[in-house]
Design a protein around this ligand. Structure first.
Ligand code: ATP
Ligand code: MG
Length: 575
């Protein structure tokens, strides 16, 4: 490809709506163009990258024994009603009507469709296990599309679904996929961590995410991990053992005292001169539009996904100040945030964290503004029926597997594998005939990779102040040839001949034939992120070209033929 013909426009300025580096670079280097919020055109350079990630994914999925198919992007409501998800999926599901007033949706994921395919096509245990996959656009009407391709509304996903006759068969395929994912990301030049995770809207019991570790804002997940063993989990699922803390407030007797203006835990613990670990924190949440009270030792935070699972809700958020006052009034109290407690709120679910269990002579709100009960004990509160783990881990907590301190880092989720069990096959009556002649529901797994997110995550992990540093396997082109002066006949001749030789060797090469200053061409080459650059300048008079690897500072002077053999050597396993 000649640079003069390449459909690319590089920009000097970062786009104003870009917060993270991959978004900035993808726009500035001419890979993507926004169509509307969370929806992007993949321009030719981008499409080459995406096709490479797709190709690696496809090769590894095929090698693992999965079979590719393609399902429709538009889906009918009826199947979603069968699974029960039409009513619970929420606003992320993009719903629409056709001209006959029939409800449809844009596929955010394809469990319903694939389950309907399996129930038609897989009748006998003899056909199982099977793993079917596709690579396709998905649409999720994300509440906050941001970060360019990392969190779009329309994005490309590889989604696979397995059907088995037993938990063992499911487990084997799950492990097969875990290994396959590791290989896919390795081949893409990406280091990933496999972490335990919550199963979210997809459902099921066990799931793991593949995270690209990053210390930037682009990592939307906190990952807790242990250096001494293999424990690693998303914060929404991580568990830990706690370091010692003072849990006895030491108050001699229970009494209500004035605690003016103590709206926060910090203010209250300062006012009473006590550690926050002897305050019982009560927080009002709205779970699927109903109030829920969460209790936790106040030196610790609530993990909202765990709380949401504990109350079996689909959506959860902290109640606003206005809602708190209103709910208090409904219960005959006059209290604002900061003074809430479980007493008298018996008609709503109270979810207490395990940390509450050991508290003694503690401090708790009593639903009266500017007052607290000190020296309280659990017997002073409405009976807590059951304790849960709804606590957010913290770095330094102890590993649940080996007891060593946990560390925390940020990660970008690029893949996710789930053991679904019969979550879809049962309600959708997707059964096969087993060896004993009985009809049984498929035992399912599902496995996703964000193809477009993976491309952006690769940039988050590999860039510098000049631009993108693509891992060679997913770079749009392998090498750029830059003649310094296109008017110099020798330079152009050598450049042209190198270009043809490399092309014939199957190496993907761009010749920068533009009549621009060398500095401008180098800038563009670095921004776009070609892994290798061959510069043909004055030293060609001594028979030498400059060879540069994108992520190394130095250039070496070598003969053109040497440059060719180095590139052939480096790239041969990729083509
Ligand atoms: P997230 O928690 O980041 O919203 P998810 O867990 O809902 O993602 P899955 O249902 O597990 O996503 O989808 C499989 C894969 O698809 C994810 O691992 C991710 O790589 C990708 N993906 C999901 N949502 C998006 C999005 N909005 N934009 C780009 N890629 C996405
Ligand atoms: Mg996920």
């Amino acid at each position: 490809m000649k640079m003069s013909k390449l459909f690319v426009q590089t920009l000097r300025e970062n786009p104003s709506d870009a917060e993270v580096i991959s978004h900035k670079l993808l726009v500035r280097a001419g890979y993507i163009r926004k169509l509307t919020s969370g929806v992007y055109n993949y321009l030719p350079l981008m499409w080459r990258v995406l096709k490479k990630i797709e190709r690696i994914t496809r090769e590894e999925m095929d090698r693992a024994g999965a079979q590719e198919l393609l399902m429709p992007f538009v889906q009918p409501k009826e199947l979603w009603e069968e699974s029960g998800r039409w009513d619970v999926y929420g606003a992320e599901l993009m719903r629409l009507k056709d001209r006959h007033d029939r409800d449809m949706c844009l596929g955010p994921t394809h469990e319903e469709i694939i389950t309907s395919i399996a129930r038609e096509g897989l009748k006998s245990y003899k056909q199982l296990p099977v793993n079917l996959y596709q690579i396709q656009s998905k649409f999720r009407d994300e509440i906050r599309p941001r970060f360019g391709l990392l969190r779009g509304r329309e994005f490309i996903m590889k989604d696979a679904y397995s059907f088995a006759t037993s938990e063992k068969e499911l487990m084997d395929e799950y492990e097969n996929m875990a290994k396959t994912y590791k290989r896919i990301f390795e081949r893409c030049g990406l280091e990933t961590k496999m972490v335990q995770s919550d199963s979210g809207a997809i459902g099921g019991k066990i799931s793991h995410e593949f995270m690209v570790i990053t210390d930037t804002d682009a990592g939307e997940n906190d990952v807790f991990y242990c250096d001494s063993c293999d424990y690693a989990a998303n914060s929404n699922h991580a568990i830990s053992n706690l370091p010692d803390a003072i849990v006895d407030g030491g108050f001699k007797q229970a009494e209500i005292i004035d605690t003016p203006n103590t709206h926060s835990i910090e203010e209250l613990s300062k006012f009473l001169n006590i550690p926050s670990s002897v305050i019982l924190k009560a927080i009002l949440y709205i779970a699927d539009s109903k109030p829920v009270l969460a209790l936790i030792r106040a030196d610790r935070q609530i993990e909202e996904t765990k709380l949401m699972n504990a109350v079996c809700a689909n959506e959860i958020r902290i109640a606003t100040a206005g809602e708190i006052e209103e709910i208090m009034k409904e219960h005959g109290f006059n209290a604002i945030a900061g003074f809430i407690g479980p007493k008298g709120l018996t008609d709503m679910p109270v979810i207490a964290d395990n940390t509450v269990k050991d508290m003694k002579n503690f401090v708790v709100g009593i639903n009266q503004t500017d007052k607290h009960l000190v020296g309280a004990n659990l017997s002073d509160l409405p009976k807590i029926e059951q304790y849960y783990d709804i606590r957010l881990c913290e770095a330094g907590d102890f590993c649940p597997q080996c007891g060593k301190p946990l560390k925390v880092t940020r990660g970008i989720e690029v893949g996710n594998i789930f053991q679904l069990g019969t979550k879809y096959s049962e309600p959708m009556n997707a059964v096969y005939t087993d060896i004993d002649g009985k009809n049984k529901p498929f035992i399912m797994g599902c496995y996703g990779i964000g193809i477009s997110r993976t491309a952006a995550a690769a940039i988050e992990a590999h860039h510098d102040e000049h631009g993108i540093i693509w891992p060679v396997a997913i770079a749009p082109y392998h090498v750029i040839i830059v003649p310094v002066n296109i008017k110099d006949e020798t330079q152009m001749q050598v450049a042209q001949s190198l270009y043809e030789t490399l092309q014939n060797a199957g190496i993907e090469v761009v010749l920068d034939d533009r009549d621009e200053r060398a500095g401008v061409k180098f800038k563009d080459a670095d921004l776009i992120g070609f892994p290798y650059r061959i510069t043909v300048g004055k030293s060609i008079n001594e028979g030498l070209v400059e060879f540069k690897i994108r992520n190394l500072e130095e250039t070496i002077k070598i003969e053109p033929s040497q440059a060719i053999s180095i590139l052939e050597e480096k790239i041969k396993e990729l083509i």
